[in-house]
Design a binder for this molecule. Structure first.
Ligand SMILES: Nc1ncnc2c1ncn2[C@@H]1O[C@H](COP(=O)(O)OP(=O)(O)OP(=O)(O)O)[C@@H](O)[C@H]1O
Ligand SMILES: [Mg+2]
Length: 269
């Protein structure tokens, strides 16, 4: 590939018209990974033998109704849950600690303000506090939450907390970004901006991005879409974006979101 091609590709990647080219590096691999909660009569199979590989540069949406197992699968990918059977491995990473999970539910520490919450994983990883704070401040700006820096979690809205949770992951610049319904509590415009921030960060760091969502407009902006139903991962791995009526609708919604998004990105950069 020539330098000119690379520039065109980079621009297309930034504009969201083309996903970052995947590489062969497998960041996480699930082989028949299952997750069961409880035992016997009360056992709930949240994930039935899921097989999935996520490579650097992948942009993956996991859609499915409430209770279908999306969070459970993401927690397996993040190493927060051990598979009941099957395996989960991170071949190109030092381990699950190189992944960053944007939690679906409240995950901020009540006694720390927003910037301290955002910086915490970096501080725990040994980054000097001033540097961690700078990275946190920059990440908060990416999700339009810089003005919340000094507030406590109880002093911000649910949607704002969700944006802070996204910033906390962006500040770490992980190779594998796992975002559990990161726009679930956000309006369309704000959700679009958060998704922009995740996509931009993933492009910059050549990370992979996996997003669970109910929103077709969100799913439509990711190159690959998989569906979970009753704990089963339905679409074959590596399948490209869906074709046909549903796909066309997703693309249109994505284009509409992208227009706003591109403008906003240009304003802030
Ligand atoms: N800690 C747990 N203990 C027992 N059952 C659980 C636990 N966590 C999840 N489940 C069950 O596992 C199944 C999958 O749940 P999961 O949270 O993965 O779904 P989801 O697709 O993320 O749903 P939502 O869209 O509502 O977030 C559900 O039946 C749920 O009740
Ligand atoms: Mg969930």
């Amino acid at each position: 590939m020539t330098a000119g091609d690379a520039t065109a590709t980079d621009a297309a990647v930034r504009n969201g018209t083309r996903p970052a080219p995947p590489t062969d590096e497998v960041l996480v691999a699930c082989q028949d990974a299952a997750l069961t909660f409880g035992r016997g009569q009360h056992a709930v199979v949240a994930v039935h033998g899921a097989t999935l590989r996520v490579r650097a540069g992948d942009r993956l949406a996991i859609v499915g109704s409430s209770g279908s197992g999306k969070t459970s699968l993401l927690h397996l990918l993040a190493g927060l849950e051990q598979p009941t059977s099957g395996t989960v491995a991170w071949p190109a990473l030092a381990g699950p600690r190189d992944t960053g999970l944007v939690f679906q539910s409240d995950s901020l520490i009540p006694a720390l303000d927003v910037v301290e919450n955002t910086a915490l994983p970096l501080v725990l990883a040994g980054v000097p506090e001033a540097d961690a704070r700078d990275a946190a401040t920059a990440a908060l700006a990416l999700v339009d939450a810089a003005h919340l820096a000094e507030r406590l979690p109880e002093e911000i809205s649910g949607g704002q907390a969700q944006r802070v949770a996204a910033a906390r992951v962006l500040a770490q610049a992980p190779r594998l970004i796992l975002a559990d319904e990161p726009t679930g509590r956000l309006d369309h415009t704000t959700g679009g901006r958060v998704l922009d921030a995740l996509l931009t960060a993933a492009d910059r760091t050549r990370a992979a991005l996996v997003v669970t969502t109910h929103d077709p407009a969100v799913a439509g902006r990711l190159a690959t879409r998989l569906t979970m139903r009753d704990g089963r991962l339905l679409t074959a791995e590596g399948a490209e974006g869906t074709e046909g009526a549903e796909g066309a609708e997703n693309t249109a919604a994505a284009a509409a979101t992208q227009e706003t998004a591109t403008q906003e990105t240009e304003e802030t950069s």
